[in-house]
Design a protein around this ligand. Structure first.
Ligand code: NCD
Ligand code: ZN
Ligand code: ZN
Length: 348
């Protein structure tokens, strides 16, 4: 096979950031995705409808000429989020709210400190058909970083899923066998996104031969049995697992630092990275469901018209990308050779 055509895909989890960084990030994603779920963890988090609509406009303004890319906004839940915040957001077309346990990841200090106080919000979200997107890690200092996702699943997520059977829940960027099993065994209101880095890498890629800061993301890469389980999950063709890159740019100097930021910037090669994984697994025929169908179906949104075509063609991910502010980003998989390249998009 030398070409691969997919119905236009969507990215169900990413970080565009803000300001002139949008020139880079929005164009990179609009290259191949029709829609993207935009995370709300800006320096000042996006906690209400108005902020989300303003942020949406800044993203729209950064689209390349002629692009039909559509951002889908999210609300950042805090201890102060009200039922009215949820209802207003939903009325403005915001499909989802994001739960970060406070301190779990980049810009999450303002997030939720006590999960059990959220029950009434989850009721409203169920009624309004607003999805709950979760960064599923506990933050207790005495819990090992490699166990934080599993403990969150056992202590919190399983109870939320059981107590709110009408609430659609996306367990974001899952990293463990335990999470994949939990999602596969849950009722149909629970699904998960899986990133390219968690499919392509394991913790050796972070730590062997030196620390590799550009492979550092949260939840942190796990041991290879977990990587294997995630690969099996996507190869199964289950509709519960869909594409969410978690593309999360940080400038090079903030990654290569004594306290490096978490996040991999994968947007420049996102669909090609996934194609590489699915080819390695011998299931390129499953890529379209994962990339273009299951996410839209779970969100209750129409699948896209149009298509993208990838061609078997070696190309090298750039070593560095210069941002409009003159600083640079090292993209995920920098300098590595990929086997598939996006060569054509068709609008209808
Ligand atoms: C994300 C970021 O930088 O915003 N980082 C990451 O490592 N994944 C935050 C997140 O998705 O948890
Ligand atoms: Zn996260
Ligand atoms: Zn993320």
């Amino acid at each position: 096979m030398t070409t691969l055509t997919l119905q236009t895909p969507d990215d169900w989890h990413l970080h565009f950031r803000d300001g002139d960084m949008l020139q880079e990030t929005v164009a990179a994603t609009a290259r191949c995705f029709q829609r993207a779920i935009v995370m709300p963890n800006l320096v000042t988090p996006v906690t209400n409808r108005e902020q989300a609509m303003q942020y949406r406009q800044r993203i729209m303004d950064a689209r390349p000429a002629g692009s039909r890319f559509q951002p889908l906004m999210t609300l950042y839940l805090t201890d102060a989020t009200t039922a009215d915040d949820i209802r207003e957001a939903k009325r403005a077309g915001i499909p989802a709210a994001k739960l970060y346990p406070a301190g779990a990841t980049t810009h999450s200090h303002a997030a939720v400190s006590a999960l059990d106080r959220l029950a009434s919000l989850f009721e409203v979200m169920s009624e309004e058909d607003m999805l709950l997107l979760i960064h599923g890690e506990v933050t207790d200092s005495d819990i090992d970083i490699f166990d934080r996702e599993k403990i969150f699943t056992d202590h919190h997520l399983s109870a939320i899923a059981e107590n709110f059977p009408k609430l659609k829940i996306v367990f974001e960027h899952i990293t463990t066998k335990d999470a994949a099993e939990f999602v596969a065994e849950s009722a149909n209101h629970v699904a998960a996104t899986i990133t390219p880095q968690h499919l392509l890498l394991n913790r050796n890629d972070l730590l062997v031969g030196g620390v590799h800061p550009h492979n550092y993301c949260l939840p942190v890469l796990k041991r290879n049995i977990h990587q294997q389980a995630l690969r099996e999950a996507v190869a199964s063709g289950s509709h519960k697992f869909f594409l969410g890159t978690d593309s999360a740019p940080h400038e090079k100097h903030n990654k290569e630092s004594a306290c490096g930021c978490a996040g991999c910037y994968s947007a420049r090669s996102a669909i090609e990275l996934y194609a590489q994984v699915f080819e390695e697994l011998g299931c390129l025929d499953k890529l379209e469901g994962f990339a273009s169908h299951y996410g839209a179906d779970f969100y209750g949104l129409p699948r896209n018209g149009g298509s993208i075509t990838l061609t078997r063609q070696e190309w090298q991910v750039p070593n560095e990308i210069t941002l409009p502010n003159g600083h640079s980003i090292v993209p995920f998989f920098a300098g590595k050779v990929l086997q598939w390249k996006l060569t054509h998009t068709s609008m209808d």
